[in-house]
Design a protein around this ligand. Structure first.
Ligand code: HAM
Length: 430
């Protein structure tokens, strides 16, 4: 006999079981409420896009494009990618759908699955969920602060504490080349001490040196020049305003002069939210983002200032669990249970159930069970306050038994008045 094959979820993926859904629902609800309050509108883009959207948008030397994209050829010969992030697809939609003629700034929010071929570990998956905010058509520093502030409020509403916000400015096309030269000169004399990856990064994209986790490279980073000292006046002032806005809303932040972020599209402000290690161990950011004033143009649109950020669901949930944050189940509380005996009663109950739904009353059942005793046990387990019992006799004479679970008292009522009577009883109990 052929051996039965057992299937497993692909490496780096997981199932969101019914008991876990409440975390996802909670985050989605809070993101939606806050985003809408702050003037963001929902956008959804496809799960896959043309592969070149990301190589052009995120940069060929970014780790995401270089090593982590799921790229596949379709039967028609197109090269597509499972989206590794949401910003480039939204910029594509902004250009393709002519959103630049909408009133600006255009504020968009989203949530959904992203895909990166990473080495799975704590807080790192191959399919993971992000929520994010993007603002188009606003060059004022207030937009940067609003994205950071709205994101902070989401964490606050979730009840998450013990994380910090790191910020930096990485300059613009005008001032960054000068800093790159300075950095080049600095690292040139330390080339031999860099790890093999950083030797490559030195040639390809020197700012990536700051992302290295190698101890030697981290130590060298601490002696490197800081970008902040090489900003042009415009970038300097922009950053100053961002910090002033953050101060105004009492948002605590840390300046991290070596924060550059791993994607090529950033300019000026960059930020990341980091859990403090004593709160939850793990080397992962809760989220991050920044300004990307050149991306719309890079992807074929007209020059449009933009800023945004994205955050991982799994990492927030990990902290919610570690901090024992209570999340209420969104399942409605069962107050009424419908029990039946006999085929005629079962049929009538199916109809009754629909009548209750239309009346806005949640009713539970266990129609698969035939014994009243077994059905009463289910009603008890669900915590129902009332049980309606429809037997063969009641089905024929148009009545139904209403039993109060706490007292065990029963009464026979007409079926056509059952909704009305149950409604009254529920209202009386409050
Ligand atoms: P990112 O830093 O690549 O930025 O990702 C943002 C967040 O997504 C991370 O901080 C983390 O919480 C989560 N994340 C990323 N990769 C994984 C993974 N493999 N497993 C679990 N969680 C993960 C972006 O994606 C930019 N699009 C952010 C942005 C929006 N910039 C401007 N607008």
């Amino acid at each position: 006999m052929a051996k039965t094959q057992i299937f497993y979820a692909p490496k780096g993926t997981y199932d969101i079981l019914p008991s876990d859904q409440k975390y996802w629902e909670r985050i989605n609800k809070i993101v939606r409420e806050l985003a809408v309050f702050y003037g963001f509108e929902r956008i959804d883009t496809p799960i896959f896009e043309e592969a070149s959207l990301f190589s052009r948008g995120l940069g060929l030397t970014s780790e995401v494009v270089d090593k982590q994209m799921y790229v596949f050829k379709t039967r028609g010969g197109d090269e597509l990618t499972l989206r590794p992030e949401g910003t480039a697809p939204i910029v594509r939609a902004y250009i393709e759908r002519g959103m630049s003629v909408f009133p600006q700034p255009l504020k968009l929010y989203y949530s959904g699955p992203m895909f990166r071929h990473e080495n799975p570990q704590k807080g790192r998956f191959r399919q993971f969920y992000q929520w994010g905010l993007e603002v188009f058509g606003e060059k004022d520093a207030v937009a940067d602060a609003q994205v950071i502030h709205t994101s902070f409020q989401v964490f606050k509403e979730l009840g998450i504490s013990g994380f910090n916000i790191q910020v930096n400015s990485i300059g613009c096309k005008k001032c960054r080349p000068r800093f790159r030269d300075v950095l080049n000169n600095h690292y040139h004399s330390f080339l031999k001490r860099l790890c093999p990856d950083c030797k490559r990064r030195f040639k390809e994209n020197i700012f990536r040196l700051f992302d290295c986790k190698n101890e030697n490279c981290i130590a060298l980073k601490q002696t490197a020049p800081q970008v902040i000292e090489y900003l042009c006046d415009e970038c300097h002032n922009h950053f100053k305003y961002v910090l002033e806005f953050l101060d105004e809303v009492n948002l605590p932040y840390l300046l991290n002069p070596y924060l550059f972020r791993g994607l090529d599209y950033y300019s000026q402000t960059v930020f990341e939210f980091w859990p403090e290690n004593e709160v939850i161990p793990g080397n992962f950011a809760l989220g991050g983002g920044g300004r990307y004033n050149y991306l719309v143009e890079t992807l074929g649109g007209k020059p449009t200032p933009a800023v945004g950020g994205a955050f991982g669901f799994e990492r927030a949930i990990e902290i919610m669990r570690a901090q024992k944050i209570k999340v209420a189940d969104s399942k409605p509380k069962i107050k009424v249970f419908l029990a039946q005996l006999g085929i005629l009663a079962k049929r009538r109950c199916l109809k009754l159930m629909e009548e209750f739904r239309q009346a806005g009353i949640t009713v539970a059942e266990s129609f698969g069970r035939d014994s009243i005793k077994a059905q009463m046990r289910v009603a008890d387990r669900l915590g129902a306050e009332w049980v309606l019992i429809l037997g063969q006799k009641e089905a024929l004479d148009g009545t139904i038994i209403l039993r109060e679970m706490s007292s065990g008292s029963q009464e026979v009522i007409p079926q056509e008045k059952v909704i009305q009577i149950v409604k009254k009883r529920l209202a009386a109990k409050g």
